[in-house]
Design a protein around this ligand. Structure first.
Ligand code: URA
Ligand code: URA
Length: 201
């Protein structure tokens, strides 16, 4: 994607809008490219647009998105402070998990977004995004809550998917929701540390 590092995020989105690289292009209402701060230090990568996202063209604006917003607020962050996107840009019918072929077909868009935004940390949400970016097959329960060295000096931090938390609302110690509220604090702290290192040279 060398050529794409020369374009802006807006131009990349304009190009993506006509994408028909996989079958999801035929069934989408709107392509959901991503939104947020183009200079964000922190980027979230979810699984794929759901019903509300498909209708509005915006990522994480349905019930899972509202929970993601709350998770951000719990550490004093806002959606506008980060960049939010998905591993596939078009809704899989009936919200099924995107196939490997669909994620591969969409990969260039995400890779170009990452190259343009150059975040310090990428948080992957749930199994699909985590396994695709890390190239691992373990489940999110095993992979979450740790920083992995990724490409280009970026650190990757997997967390539970907010949709999973909606199905598992317990906040008891050790529950997925409890762990997620700890995880986002770890992200916030790591971000401060990485930012101070970047500033110091
Ligand atoms: N779930 C996702 O993975 N992404 C969205 O944008 C919305 C719900
Ligand atoms: N499966 C997912 O994709 N994500 C979770 O967070 C849990 C199960």
């Amino acid at each position: 994607m060398k050529a794409c590092t020369l374009v802006t995020l807006e131009e990349l989105e304009r190009r993506a809008q006509s994408c028909q690289r996989c079958g999801l292009g035929e069934t989408r209402t709107n392509l959901v490219f991503g939104e947020g701060d183009p200079g964000a230090d922190l980027m979230f990568v979810g699984e794929g647009p759901g019903e509300v996202e498909d209708r509005t063209g915006r990522p994480f604006v349905g019930p899972a998105g509202q929970l993601l917003t709350q998770i951000l607020h719990s550490v004093g962050m806002d959606r506008e402070d980060v960049y939010i996107t998905n591993v596939v840009k078009c809704r899989p019918p009936a919200n099924r998990v995107p196939t490997k072929q669909e994620m591969d077909a969409c990969w260039e868009w995400l890779a170009a977004q990452i190259a343009l935004i150059r975040p310090l940390i990428i948080v992957t949400l749930g199994n699909a995004a985590t396994q695709r970016l890390l190239g691992k097959t373990e489940g999110i329960g095993q992979l979450r809550g740790r920083f992995y060295r990724w490409k280009g000096g970026i650190e990757l931090f997997p967390m539970f998917h907010p949709s999973f938390l909606l199905r598992n609302p317990s906040r008891k110690k050790g529950s997925p929701k409890y762990l997620t509220w700890m995880d986002i604090q770890a992200v916030k702290e790591r971000l401060s540390l990485l930012r101070s290192r970047t500033r110091d040279g």
